[in-house]
Design a protein around this ligand. Sequence first.
Ligand SMILES: [Zn+2]
Length: 275
Amino acid sequence: MPELPEMEAWRRQLDEPVRAFPIAKAGPAHVATLKTFDPPLSTLDGRRLAGARRRAKRLLFPTEDGELVLLVHLMTAGRLKYLRAGEKGPKAPAFQLVFEGGARLVLTEAGSKKRAGVWLLAPEAAEEQLAHLGPEALRLGADALATICAQESRRLHSLLRDQRVVAGIGRAWANEILHHAQLSPFAVSRDLVLEEVQRLATAIDVELARGLELRERGANDARTYRVHDRLHEPCYVCGTPIARVDYEEHTVYYCPDCQTGGRVLKDRRLSRLLR
Ligand SMILES: [Zn+2]
């Protein structure tokens, strides 16, 4: 799933083109993709967007008149693309905006499952929709993170991915951040000493900024991730093979030397079956 660096790179890319021309026609939209019906999509026709904004992993496109917000959540497989006039695009996008002059903003989704969503909302309703989200991960800072860690007794990998606690990090960047911070993914937040909290806060900023810079330059996953999805490859710090542990429905990657004091973590799924 695209996370904060990926979404922010797309936001920067889309910000200018989406406000170049008024919308000629909003839609059509796949019935599973469009999550709202009032106001109808056609309310957008003739209006101009004010640009692209981002909150956590969502993109927001407010109208220039301040009356409407188009909210997009790409989930795992959704992709948003701006096509210039005449540029070829997908035959049946899950959603599209056609601008005057012929440029288009299209949402596609790989696979048959339609999980990405588009909401057309009044600004207050959009705010409500986002109210459950925690503070943005980038530049969260050590003080705010210390408060969070003291309040929550949670394993770090799971805590970082909880959008209600801190917004924008998913499993890939949680792997990168915890490795950078040299903390175990299964360390408990409340047990961290101040120095570890500071290390984690720094790692969040450094890794998300690194990701954003790479994504803005168009780097793919293989060039971006150094720990995530790198099973058995040498750790970029110490050379120890990266290990993996399956935990609930997802997978955690870590370096046993840098992060867990040489301990190889048990596969949680397997050990639960054997219990
Ligand atoms: Zn290492």
